[in-house]
Write a protein that binds this ligand. Structure first.
Ligand SMILES: *[C@@H]1O[C@H](CO)[C@@H](O)[C@H](O)[C@H]1NC(C)=O
Ligand SMILES: *[C@@H]1O[C@H](CO)[C@@H](O)[C@H](O)[C@H]1NC(C)=O
Length: 342
């Protein structure tokens, strides 16, 4: 109730600004590849695991310096269940570590997205298709929802960047997950739902590629869609978010996605968007944030990619340097949020 009341108030008072803005705090996902293989040791010598100590410090920094009020906390499904979907029980040792980061997020007063960062996959198999069953994913989510059923500022990020799958079967899989979360007692928190094509925001309105029209059929137990929010991502280089340059000016296409959301009466959250710190990225990303603010009735907010436990030369690192934010945060993300909410 409290969450919905606050949400409604935000919509009424700030119709031309997003309500939530913040950053990803990566680390518990590092070593996951797009086919759902998870090997942090092999990838980076195990050096960049969960942001157990840097995450809380960074979240305090962003909350106090930039007024950010949401953090996304990516995590490998394998870690949550000790790489065992037969038993499929939350691993107590890992859970204590991950939940410590979640609690540090909540302590800042922010909303906190639990993001299973598996690309709809588990060791190469697609959930509900040629991999684990929909019930397997639902069982893991049911346990997480039970833990956080009483916490209104937890958001269930059901799956990061699904891609190359049957959108109709995937929609049915997510429906199973939504029921499991609601049945565990988390009846009113936001649940984020991604279609296909790596949650790409521009292609979302298309049925076969983005999956928006198909995904729209997912409902709560009583048939409504309250707090079922679409999760979208967008990068601005022609290499899919791996480079520091920006050359893809998509503000007009994001408007089209906003128009689509208005036409179906639904909302979305931009859970990843990012770029380097040069003027080329400032010139492309700031206007996109203007669009998100202008469409604040349908775009709930954004979390940029990414701070957290990164190695020093990671291309899109938003790890603060002492009290100083990187260029794209200080030039776009923080001021656009402050401007939108003042
Ligand atoms: C993911 O990792 C597995 C195991 O190392 C490898 O076989 C596969 O090619 C990788 N896939 C991608 C897209 O990187
Ligand atoms: C929508 O469904 C949820 C979950 O079933 C329920 O708690 C809520 O009261 C419903 N909201 C509305 C506005 O009907």
């Amino acid at each position: 109730m409290a969450l919905r009341a606050a949400f409604t108030a935000a919509l009424v008072l700030q119709a031309n600004a997003v309500w939530l803005a913040g950053v990803n705090i990566a680390g518990c996902d590092i070593g996951m590849n797009t086919t759902g293989y998870y090997d942090p040791e092999d990838s980076y010598g195990g050096e960049y695991g969960c942001p157990t100590s840097v995450g809380p410090t960074q979240m305090q920094h962003f909350a106090s310096k930039d007024n950010f009020n949401i953090f996304r906390l990516p995590v490998a499904w394998q870690s949550l269940v000790n790489n065992d979907l037969v038993t499929n029980e939350l691993d107590a040792t890992f859970w204590a570590e991950y939940d410590g980061i979640v609690q540090a997020c909540l302590d800042t007063g922010a909303y906190c997205i639990v993001d299973i960062h598996n690309y709809a996959r588990w060791w190469g198999g697609i959930v509900g298709q040629d991999g684990p069953s929909a019930a397997d994913l639902a069982k893991t989510w049911s346990q997480i929802a039970t833990k956080y059923a009483a916490q209104p500022r937890i958001i269930f990020g059901t799956m990061n960047e699904p891609h190359d799958l049957d959108i109709n079967i995937w929609t049915a899989t997510l429906q199973t997950v939504v029921y499991a979360i609601r049945d565990a007692g988390a009846t009113s928190q936001m649940i984020f739902l991604s279609g296909s094509n790596y949650a790409n925001a521009v292609s979302f309105p298309t049925d076969t590629v983005g999956g928006g029209p198909t995904l729209s059929s997912i409902v709560n137990r009583d048939g409504n869609t309250t707090n079922l929010i679409f999760e979208l991502h967008q990068y601005f280089d022609s290499a899919g978010g791996t480079q520091t340059y920006c050359n893809d000016a998509v503000a007009a296409q994001i408007e089209t996605t906003g128009d689509y959301l208005r036409s179906i009466g639904r909302q979305a959250f931009m859970a990843e968007l990012g770029g380097g710190n040069g003027e080329d990225c400032v010139d492309i990303i700031c206007p996109v944030l203007d669009v998100l603010n202008d469409y604040g009735d349908v775009f709930v907010g954004w979390t940029s990619w990414a701070a957290g436990n990164w190695w020093p030369d990671y291309e899109l690192s938003e790890v603060p340097d002492g009290d100083a934010d990187v260029g794209i945060v200080s030039s776009c993300f923080a001021p656009k949020f402050a401007a939108g909410t003042s």
